[in-house]
Write a protein that binds this ligand. Sequence first.
Ligand code: FMN
Length: 176
Amino acid sequence: MNDKKRIAWCITGSGHYLKESIEIILTLKNVDLFLSKAGEEVLKWYDYSLEDFKSKGIKVFKDITSSSAPVSLLYEGVYKLIIVSPTTSNTIAKMSYGLSDSLITNMFAQAGKCKIHSIVFACDTEPTVITQAPKKSVTLYPRDIELENYEKLKKFKNVDVVDDVVSLNKALGEWI
Ligand SMILES: Cc1cc2nc3c(=O)[nH]c(=O)nc-3n(C[C@H](O)[C@H](O)[C@H](O)COP(=O)(O)O)c2cc1C
């Protein structure tokens, strides 16, 4: 494994598995954060400060350009792995249909085109999901379309789609 290369960790606007994702991020030495616009907002909802990440030497890239300029780092060979975790049903839908109209969907699409491996932690993977809203737990019932998009993404080459923290850690373990 090339240890000089970094991991690009993409956070979308999901409260589900946000805490668990951040706990893993903080154990990694060679990671940069990429945030969707909603991801940046949701971090605030759950009382996370970007300054805390930056103080630990983690670079933070926000979704502020129409062309998703930070994807050029993929062309420069900076990253060995892309992780999208947690992933909203919105981003799963876009990725599974090949759309790239935001920083995170562009990171995923361009990683695929550069043959860089991706790990995607999908949240809406079962008919019933208990999720953590900012102030309480909520039970949600993902629709058929969300479950279909998840199944569709699982067929992508060079992509591990995981649905729990144990599988995420296992997939990640091969790269660190
Ligand atoms: C507090 C909060 C928590 C949210 N949690 C989730 C979630 O767990 N899963 C999800 O699919 N969307 C969730 N959303 C909605 C997404 O943020 C919204 O669909 C957004 O457009 C997703 O954009 P993105 O996929 O570009 O990050 C949440 C929104 C808020 C305000």
